[in-house]
Design a protein around this ligand. Structure first.
Ligand SMILES: [Zn+2]
Ligand SMILES: [Zn+2]
Length: 345
């Protein structure tokens, strides 16, 4: 298997797949039950492999890497520090191994890498002029503390019965349905906060930190300004209102914490053995990093299609996006001119 079979590398070293991005037959009219089932069971699809991986991680972290509920009824340095340390270790192992494999040892070379160049060194937009150092600083000094804070507060609320709790034994169908809905909730929440931080003022102040990564790597995924981390991990606050079990919260948290890895690794496929590859699902978001003003959402709910910002990777989509930006630029210029006129009158 080679990248030439799946796409083309242009003269600018950018590789693009031949297969254009398509939304699955989930939110379509008339309903398409067969297409829906295909999406649910396909590989890659709604369950396999990524969502199942985050769900299994959530269950394991809850069962084996979280203190007992009685311990978490009152805040104590010991268990809070344990959760903080566990998050640091897990991120370091999972993100670090991927980074070492793909970017330090370059075990796959640039095969299936969207951008044929390696991340910038010496660029002034990054802290200490290094994308990697910059990404590590934002991830560990802002991302992990804010992630841990949401996790610790939610566990404390659960432990004290301050938020609604349900068990599998009492509500098995609701329990399973909620599990199945976690990825859709993540998409809805991410789309909303992402559109918010693309508003002009917030973009410059907040979201630019993340978008400096035009050639993202694994650690770019959680490289965000603290305000973006606060908004991003606020997806956990849904458990403060909607009746759920801590294991749902952990699935939600593992999804938020680890899905940016596949989304920012910068590769279309990961090589996992001799001539064996695994789909990375990050092309939609790679295009967002490349073009900024498209694909604000994820791959299941077609928000971008509904609101005219979808880029499927084609030349036509690029032209549509440029026309949309020109039109918006014109409208802004007209509004500015009108305001100036009103002032002078
Ligand atoms: Zn963005
Ligand atoms: Zn991103």
């Amino acid at each position: 298997m080679s990248e030439e079979q799946f796409g083309e590398r242009g003269s600018n070293q950018q590789w693009a797949p031949d297969k254009l991005i398509e939304y699955p037959a989930v939110f379509v009219w008339p309903p398409n039950p067969l297409g829906l089932m295909r999406y649910i069971l396909a590989v890659p699809g709604y369950i396999f492999p990524w969502h199942l991986a985050y769900a299994v991680m959530g269950v394991l972290v809850w069962l084996y890497l979280t203190p007992p509920m009685e311990t978490m009824q009152s805040f104590a340095i010991s268990w809070v520090a344990y959760i903080f340390a566990r998050n640091i270790v897990m991120i370091t192992v999972i993100y670090g191994a991927t980074h070492l494999w793909l970017y330090t040892f370059k075990r796959q070379g640039t095969e299936f890498k969207y951008n044929g160049r390696w991340p910038a060194k010496g660029s002034g937009v990054f802290l200490f002029k290094s994308q990697h150092v910059d990404n590590l600083i934002w991830t560990y000094l802002s991302g992990v503390p804010i992630w841990t804070a949401f996790e610790v507060v939610t566990l404390w609320l659960f432990a004290n019965g301050y938020i609604p709790y349900i068990s599998f034994e009492e509500h098995p169908f609701y329990f399973i349905a909620l599990f199945a809905l976690v990825p859709l909730w993540r998409e809805l929440h991410f789309y909303l906060i992402h559109r918010l931080i693309h508003a002009r003022a917030l973009y410059q102040l907040v979201h630019k930190t993340h978008h400096n990564n035009v050639n993202p790597g694994p650690f770019s995924g959680l490289s965000m300004h603290p305000i973006e981390h606060l908004l991003y991990f606020s997806c956990i606050a849904v458990h403060w209102i909607v009746p759920s079990h801590p294991v749902h919260m952990f699935f939600n948290l593992m999804h938020a914490g680890y899905s940016p890895l596949a989304g920012h690794a910068g590769f279309y496929k990961f090589k996992i053995g001799k001539n064996r590859y695994m789909d990375a699902t990050g092309y939609l978001h790679y295009l967002h990093h490349k073009f900024f003003e498209c694909n604000y959402g994820g791959g299941s709910i077609p928000f971008d299609k509904w609101f005219g910002t979808f880029h499927d990777g084609s030349k036509e989509a690029e032209l549509r996006m440029k026309a949309r930006l020109r039109e918006r630029g014109k409208q802004l210029a007209e509004q500015r001119a009108k305001r100036a006129q009103a002032k002078s009158n």
